[in-house]
Design a protein around this ligand. Structure first.
Ligand code: ADP
Ligand code: MG
Length: 247
């Protein structure tokens, strides 16, 4: 089975961008910020070389493309979206503007995964010594906790779709603010989001996602649910399917 990269209809037939990127073997060659590369090297288990999905996804995400990434569990999909997401936020210098909602939402299907991703993103931010701030929302939070968590103007929100929907109905997140502020939306483990019953919660959010927002969908399988989410949220995405996708 071969790696498949489906280009959006709009650019089919244009010179290959991905062939070049395929040859990049290091994070430097992918265009990653030196602060992030140093942070990866400093990890308990040092990360020095990108995985195949990271090699293909990182440059496309840095370029602002919508991406669907399908690759098996354990192939490094978290860093494939976190690294370029953080790099883009580092570069958003418009700090004079008061942000009423986070610039990036990372939505996951469980509280456990939320905790994992939050830990990873927080450790990268600490390691890079940048001003970016991440928060996670958890299902035990009351309306007042949600308001407090979001009042500190975080740049990155890690949450299940249900905690986002709850924040919207509690007024902790305002739909107009999401429309003003949101730049990147990630759906991680997208294959599980619908089967875990988050469809209505997701729709409560996606109604307010602005057209300019870059959307990324990560999944271990290619299921009908993934296709449905892709149609609901993404705009003409690159679809990356690496060998050994489950299902
Ligand atoms: P997936 O989301 O595809 O299931 P994860 O993002 O959870 O995979 O990554 C699985 C493991 O691989 C994690 O422990 C992560 O730290 C590690 N990992 C990620 N990228 C690399 C890399 N480039 N080199 C070595 N290990 C990596
Ligand atoms: Mg994952």
């Amino acid at each position: 089975e071969e790696e498949v990269i489906e280009e959006p209809d709009a650019i089919k037939g244009q010179p290959d961008v991905e062939e070049e990127e395929d040859e990049a073997r290091t994070f430097e060659e992918l265009g990653l910020d030196p602060r992030l590369i140093r942070a990866l090297n400093k990890k308990e288990i040092s990360i020095t070389e990108p995985t195949p999905i990271q090699r293909v996804a990182i440059p496309l995400i840095l370029q602002g493309k919508d991406v669907v990434a399908r690759a098996k569990t354990g192939s490094g999909k978290t860093l494939a979206y976190l690294l370029p997401l953080l790099q883009k936020l580092f570069g958003m210098t418009d700090s004079s503007r008061k942000k009423l909602a986070p610039s990036a939402f990372i939505l996951v299907p469980s509280g456990e995964l939320c905790q994992q991703v939050f830990k990873e993103v927080s450790s990268l931010i600490d390691s890079c010594k940048v001003q970016s701030k991440a928060v996670q929302l958890t299902s035990n939070m009351l309306a007042s906790d949600l308001r407090n968590a979001l009042a500190g103007q975080p740049d990155i929100l890690v949450s299940t779709p249900s905690c986002v929907a709850k924040s919207l109905s509690a007024g902790a997140l305002k739909s107009e603010s999401i429309n003003d502020s949101l730049e990147i939306l990630v759906l991680d483990e997208a294959d599980l989001l619908l089967s875990f019953g988050y469809e209505d919660d997701l729709k409560a959010l996606t109604a307010h996602v602005p057209r300019r927002c870059q959307c990324l969908l990560m999944s271990a399988t290619s299921s009908a649910d993934v296709d449905k989410l892709k149609k609901l949220i993404l705009h003409n995405p690159y679809v990356l399917t690496l060998p050994e996708v489950e299902g």
